[in-house]
Design a binder for this molecule. Structure first.
Ligand code: GLU
Length: 458
C-alpha cells in the first residue's frame, strides 16, 4: 500500500499506519469523492491522538469510525402539480451514535448523493463531538430540487419523504434538522406527517421547528451567529476583533444572513454576499432588512437587491471573493472557495477565513491560506453553533420548557468560546498553535474515540 499524497494542498503527512484505512475507505466506497476527501482530511491530521493512544489501532477504532453504523436509502415517490408522478431518492446515514442520538440535518438539493450525505455525516460526527453536548452524528436528504416547485409540491414531497423516514428516527434514536433546501417550512411539513403517522407529539424528533410548535429561540440564527462568534474568537487570540473589519460572506441563505447580522452587530462591515447566480458588492455595507425581505419574504433571487439599493452592484457569474476583504466567511456550499480565490484573499491581506458552510474551502485553498498566513477556522468548529443550538432545542423539548432569546444566545456564545478554546488548546498540544484543523480534528476525534473504547466492540 502506498502513502502517496493525492489531494493537492493537504500538507500534513499521513501517519503510515492509517494509509491502509484510507485505501480501504476508497475501495469500499467507490465513486464517492467527497466522502473520500472528508476522510482523508481527518486521517491526515489525527496523528497526535493516535500517538498518545496506540491502543486505538489495535481496537480498529479508525476503521470503525470511518464506517457508518447504518445507511438508509429509499424511494420517494410523489405527484407534481401537473399530475405527473416523480421519483426521488431519500437518504439517512446514521454515522456514529457513541455520544448520543444520531444528529444532523436533511439537505434537499439535486447534488445530493451517497457521497455527499456520507461526507456530511462524517463531518457531523466530529462537529457534534466538539460541542461537548450529547450528540451522535448523522445526515440525510434527497436529490429533490425545491427550486421552482410550488408550496403544494414541496408539502407532498416532504410527506412522502417522512412516510419512510419516520420508522428510522426518534427522540432517542435519530434527530434530523434542516440543512440546504430544508428550513422551517419543510420541517413543518415533515413534523406534521410524522405526527400523523405515529399519533405522537414527539417534539424532540426534529429540531429547527417553528417557535409556536416546539422550536427554540436562536435556532434559526445559530449557525450564522456561531460562525461570526468563532471568527471573533480567532481574532481575539491575535489581540484583534471584528470591529471595523471589512468582511465578505458567500451565500444568502439562512447561514449567510445571520452571519452578516452578527458581524454587523460586532462592528464589522459586510460588503458582499452571493447566490448561485452571482454576487452583490455593496461598499457601504449590506442593508440587512432589504436582504431579508428579498430572501426570506419574497424568496427571490439576489439581483433584486441591486435593483433596490443605490450604490450596490450585482455581478453575475462572479465570485464574492473578488472583493478585497480582511475576513471571509464562506457560507454557501462545499468546495466553493478554491486555490485561486484563496490567492486573491491572501494578496488582499485577509486575516481570517471561517467556514459557515460544510467544507466550502478546497484542500488547495486551505494550503494557500496556510502558506499565506491566513488563520483558518474549519466548518466542523466554526459552524457548530447550529447543531449546538439544536441540542438546546432538544433540552427544552425534553423538559417541556422554553427559554428566552437572551438566555439561549448566551448559551450559544459560551459553547462557541468553548469549542474555540478546545481547538486552540489541542493545536498547541500538537505543536501547531493556531492550526484549527489539527485542533478540531484531534479534539473531536478524541471525544468520539474515548466513548467508543468505553463501549467495547459494538
Ligand atoms: N445542518 C446543520 C449542520 O450542518 C445543523 C444540523 C442540526 O441542527 O442537526 O450542522
Amino acid at each position: 500500500m502506498s502513502g502517496t499524497i493525492e489531494t493537492p494542498g493537504v500538507t500534513t503527512e499521513i501517519d503510515p499506519r492509517l494509509v491502509p484505512v484510507l485505501e480501504s475507505v476508497r475501495h469500499r466506497n467507490p465513486a464517492e469523492p467527497e466522502f473520500h476527501e472528508a476522510v482523508e482530511r481527518v486521517l491526515r491530521t489525527i496523528g497526535p491522538v493516535i500517538n498518545s493512544h496506540p491502543e486505538y489501532l489495535e481496537a480498529k477504532l479508525v476503521e470503525r469510525i470511518c464506517e457508518p453504523e447504518r445507511q438508509i436509502i429509499f424511494r420517494v415517490p410523489w405527484t407534481d402539480d401537473r399530475g405527473q408522478v416523480q421519483v426521488n431518492r431519500g437518504y439517512r446515514v446514521e454515522f456514529n451514535g457513541a455520544l448520543g442520538p444520531y444528529k444532523g440535518g436533511l439537505r434537499f438539493h439535486p447534488s445530493v448523493s451517497s457521497s455527499i450525505v456520507k461526507f456530511l455525516g462524517f463531518e457531523q460526527v466530529f462537529k457534534n463531538a466538539l460541542t461537548g453536548l450529547p450528540l451522535g452524528g448523522g445526515k440525510g436528504g434527497s436529490d429533490f430540487d425545491p427550486k421552482g416547485r410550488s408550496e403544494n409540491e414541496i408539502m407532498r414531497f416532504c410527506q412522502s419523504f417522512m412516510s419512510e423516514l419516520h420508522r428510522h428516527i426518534g427522540e432517542y434514536t435519530d434527530v434530523p434538522a434542516g440543512d440546504a433546501g430544508v428550513g422551517e417550512r419543510e420541517l413543518g411539513y415533515l413534523f406534521g406527517q410524522y405526527r400523523r403517522i405515529t399519533n405522537r407529539y414527539e417534539s424532540g424528533v426534529l429540531t429547527g421547528k417553528g417557535l409556536t410548535w416546539g422550536g427554540a429561540q436562536v435556532r434559526k440564527e445559530a449557525t450564522g451567529y456561531g460562525t461570526a462568534y468563532f471568527a471573533q474568537e480567532m481574532l481575539r487570540v491575535q489581540g484583534s476583533s471584528l470591529a471595523n473589519r471589512t468582511v465578505t460572506v458567500s451565500g444568502s441563505g439562512n447561514v449567510a444572513i445571520y452571519a452578516i447580522e452578527k458581524v454587523q452587530r460586532l462592528g464589522g462591515t459586510v460588503v458582499g454576499c452571493s447566490d448561485s447566480g452571482g454576487y452583490i458588492h455593496d461598499p457601504d455595507g449590506i442593508d440587512l432588512e432589504l436582504l431579508k425581505q428579498i430572501k426570506e419574504v419574497e424568496r427571490a433571487r439576489l439581483h433584486r437587491y441591486a435593483e433596490e439599493r443605490p450604490g450596490a452592484k450585482y455581478i453575475p457569474d462572479g465570485k464574492v471573493w473578488e472583493i478585497p476583504a480582511e475576513v471571509a466567511l464562506p457560507c454557501a456550499t462545499q468546495n466553493e472557495l478554491d486555490g485561486e480565490d484563496a490567492r486573491r484573499l491572501v494578496e488582499a491581506g485577509a486575516l481570517v477565513v471561517a467556514e459557515g458552510a460544510n467544507m466550502p474551502c478546497t484542500a488547495d485553498a486551505i494550503a494557500v491560506l496556510r502558506e499565506g498566513g491566513v488563520l483558518f477556522g474549519p466548518g466542523k468548529a466554526a459552524n457548530a453553533g447550529g447543531v449546538a443550538t439544536s441540542a438546546l432545542e432538544m433540552q427544552q423539548n425534553a423538559s417541556r420548557d422554553s427559554w428566552s432569546f437572551e438566555h439561549t444566545e448566551s448559551r450559544l456564545v459560551e459553547i462557541m468560546k468553548d469549542i474555540h478554546s478546545s481547538c486552540y488548546e489541542m493545536s498547541e498540544q500538537a505543536g501547531r498553535p493556531g492550526d484549527y484543523i489539527v485542533g478540531a480534528n484531534n479534539a473531536g476525534f478524541a471525544r468520539v474515540a474515548e466513548a467508543m473504547m468505553a463501549m467495547g466492540v459494538v
